[in-house]
Structures are given as structure tokens and as C-alpha cells.
Ligand binder design. Structure first.
Ligand SMILES: [Zn+2]
Length: 404
């Protein structure tokens, strides 16, 4: 028992050192000891172990000011290990491997049907992953695990997909168990938006003590909330599903979640395009009409946003309604959890018209005390091939550099 506790404490301390080295992108032994409240002797011992295992290296010497006195910086060795990732979206999967610093070793896009047969899909993806491992000559002992990021609701056991909202055809699917059986690597599972938020935090190297809201708008609208640095999943794995907040009480459009009138049915890119197509005419949406040469079926999100920006009143009314509805959902979250910041992620936020409308709507009905900085992620639209693998990297670092 005592041995177990010692082992756990040792792993905890190693994990704290590894995460600290990541967060500061390298640190001296002395600063590590100060930061973590461990004795210099303990740090020296842990560092020696981690260096011997190849996980940490000594890099540049930092002058400390005194004559001839220099401090060596310890840094994570990003190439020491890697993790596999499976990103599972609607009609598409991304397979990847990332190094310990999140850089990508390989990534492969795989098109899937909607919905995709769950068992056939995990077999296909496992085979493709194993082929990539062989192609890149990755030794198995370098691979610390497999991260899986899936859209939808994760089961309470954090090993099954309760509902992937049509990405897979099977509910309550034991996805971790299946991937582990087929690949031999231990798997860790997360909802895709929470995985993106974790990746955003990993690359930002921030140690947030307050709370934050991460909003993703791609095919749907999802969000993730962190409180004291922890990303919440909720009591049933459905935390921050703002896309399914009911906004139209009567006569709303049906949503893929089974309800109608959800935020997604008016503010998702597909909903914006649909609403613009419904309004589409030479009179009501003249600029949009001209942009697509009168072909209603050719209307894309960027057509609608460009037309709105150019002064097309019809296209603007559809876009403004979407921005207004999204802002209302975000304002509720501000008043509920008092986040320090809101991070926006997804292609729609790259468009200046939508972003400026959303920002303008965010100020309506909000007093100065509740104004929250809201910015596009610095890593916008670049994390899908990293987020899944980083789930396994994070677990490995947390676990003190020990694979399970
Ligand atoms: Zn819904």
C-alpha cells in the first residue's frame, strides 16, 4: 500500500515537471523547484530520470548574472514519443500522429458515408493507422496511446460514444474498446469540441485559473467551458451544447438532435445558406443573385456573407439574425459562468462581416461589468489533425511519462 502511494506520488511529481516544462517551453531546475514547491534535490532526481529516459534534454545555458554562473534549461524532447489520433466528424475522419509538442508526424483525411457503419469504420481506420505507422517506421514503444475525438455525446464511462449525431450509425458504441482491440494501443476519448479547446490551451501554453468559453462553429455549433483550468464535461457529458439551446419556440426548423428551433437551425453555416436560399430572388437578394448568376442551388456561405458585406439587405438580414441568435446564447453563458475570455473557432469567424456583426450584437444588453474579451483562436481551423492525438499526449504527460 505504502509502495503504491510512493509510486503515485512519484508519477504525480514527474507529471507536474513534464507539464511545467511544456507550459514554460523549458525551465531551469531551480525555477522548476520554485514553481512546483518541490525540493531542489527532488527536482534533480526527477530530471536525471527523465533525461535518462530521453523525455527531457538539457538545452541552452541561461546566464544568471553572476560571474561564470550559468543555469541549464531543461526542455521536453518532442521527438521522444508520439501519440496517435482519430478525429471523427460527420462524413470525415482525420487520422494522425503528433509529437509531444503537438507537431504533426502524419495526417490522413478519410471520407466516410453519413452515417458511417460503426464497426466497419473502426476497422477501416485501425487498418489505415497501422499502415501509416509502418510507412513512417514508428516503433511501437514510441507510441504512448491513441486519442479519439468524436462529435456528439460521450458516455459516462468516457469509453463509449453515446450519440455521434449521425457520424456513426450505432449509439452506445464502445469505441475505445474496439480501437484498443484492433490496434493494441490504449485509447482515450473526448467530445470533439472539448478536444479542440484542450488543444488550443495546449498550444497557448496557458495555465488558466479563471474560466473560459470556447465556441466552435463548423457544420454545427458546439462549445466547451473551462473552470479553474479544467474543461467541464457535465453530469451527462453534454456540457455547453449551446447549438441545441431552443431559440424558436413555435414553428422552428427541425434539428438533427430530434428537436426543432435549436440555435443551430438558424445560426449554423448550413442554416444561413438555407435561409438565404429561401429568400433568394433578384429583388430580395440582388447582390447574392448576381454573385451566383441566379442559381439558387449554387449559394454558399461565403456568397451570403460577401453579399451581406456588400450591402445586400436580404443576405444581411439572414446573417444578422444568425449573429444575433449566437450572441444571445453566448451572453447567457457570460452571465452564468463569468468567463475571462471567449475563444471563437471555425471557418465562419474568418469572415469579417459575420465576426463584426457578432461582436456588435455581443454589446447589446451587456453592461460594462460583463464585457468579456472575445477573439478568434490564434490556431483557428488548424487543430483538427492535432486535437485527438493531443488527448493521449496530455494523458501521458499527466501520468508522469508512463504509458498505461
Ligand atoms: Zn438541436
Amino acid at each position: 500500500m505504502e509502495g503504491d502511494n510512493m509510486m503515485r506520488l512519484k508519477r504525480q511529481n514527474r507529471g507536474a515537471v513534464l507539464r511545467c516544462l511544456h507550459r514554460y517551453d523549458g525551465l531551469s531546475r531551480k525555477k522548476l523547484a520554485n514553481e512546483l514547491g518541490l525540493t531542489p534535490a527532488a527536482i534533480t532526481k526527477i530530471a536525471a530520470e527523465l533525461i535518462a529516459e530521453g523525455l527531457v534534454r538539457e538545452t541552452g545555458a541561461v546566464s544568471t548574472g553572476g560571474v561564470g554562473r550559468r543555469e541549464i534549461t531543461l526542455s521536453l524532447q518532442p521527438d521522444a514519443r508520439c501519440a496517435l489520433g482519430v478525429w471523427l466528424g460527420l462524413g470525415r475522419a482525420v487520422l494522425s500522429a503528433v509529437r509531444l509538442d503537438g507537431s504533426v508526424l502524419f495526417s490522413e483525411d478519410v471520407l466516410l458515408s453519413v452515417p458511417a457503419n460503426a464497426e466497419a469504420t473502426v476497422r477501416l481506420l485501425s487498418d489505415l493507422l497501422l499502415m501509416q505507422i509502418q510507412r513512417h517506421a514508428l516503433p511501437r514503444e514510441w507510441i504512448v496511446g491513441l486519442g479519439i475525438a468524436v462529435r456528439g455525446v460521450i458516455g459516462q464511462d468516457r469509453r463509449t460514444v453515446k450519440s455521434s449525431f449521425d457520424a456513426l450509425d450505432t449509439n452506445d458504441f464502445p469505441i475505445c474498446e474496439r480501437f484498443e482491440a484492433l490496434t493494441g494501443f490504449s485509447a482515450v476519448l473526448s467530445n470533439n469540441v472539448r478536444a479542440l479547446f484542450a488543444a488550443e490551451r495546449f498550444f497557448s501554453r496557458e495555465s488558466e485559473t479563471g474560466s473560459a468559453l470556447f465556441v466552435r462553429c463548423a457544420s454545427g455549433i458546439g462549445a466547451a467551458i473551462s473552470v479553474r483550468g479544467q474543461i467541464l464535461s457535465g453530469s451527462r457529458g453534454q456540457c455547453a451544447e449551446i447549438g441545441h439551446i431552443p431559440v424558436i419556440r413555435h414553428g422552428g426548423k427541425p434539428c438533427h438532435c430530434g428537436k426543432s428551433g435549436c440555435l443551430e437551425t438558424i445560426a449554423s453555416p448550413a442554416a444561413i445558406v438555407e435561409d438565404a436560399q429561401a429568400l433568394f430572388s433578384e429583388d430580395r437578394t440582388p447582390l447574392l443573385y448576381a454573385r451566383v448568376n441566379g442559381r439558387r442551388e449554387a449559394v454558399s456561405l461565403s456568397d451570403v456573407l460577401e453579399a451581406a458585406q456588400g450591402g445586400d439587405a436580404g443576405a444581411a438580414s439572414v446573417t444578422d439574425r444568425a449573429a444575433d441568435a449566437m450572441a444571445n446564447a453566448l451572453k447567457s453563458v457570460i452571465y452564468l459562468i463569468d468567463p475571462a475570455r471567449i475563444v471563437l473557432y471555425g471557418p465562419i469567424f474568418e469572415h469579417p462581416y459575420f465576426l463584426s456583426r457578432l461582436k456588435a450584437e455581443m454589446t447589446v444588453g451587456v453592461d460594462a461589468a460583463h464585457a468579456v474579451p472575445m477573439e478568434k483562436s490564434r490556431f483557428n481551423n488548424t487543430l483538427e489533425d492535432k486535437a485527438a492525438g493531443l488527448l493521449a499526449v496530455a494523458k501521458y504527460l499527466e501520468n508522469g511519462g508512463v504509458s498505461e
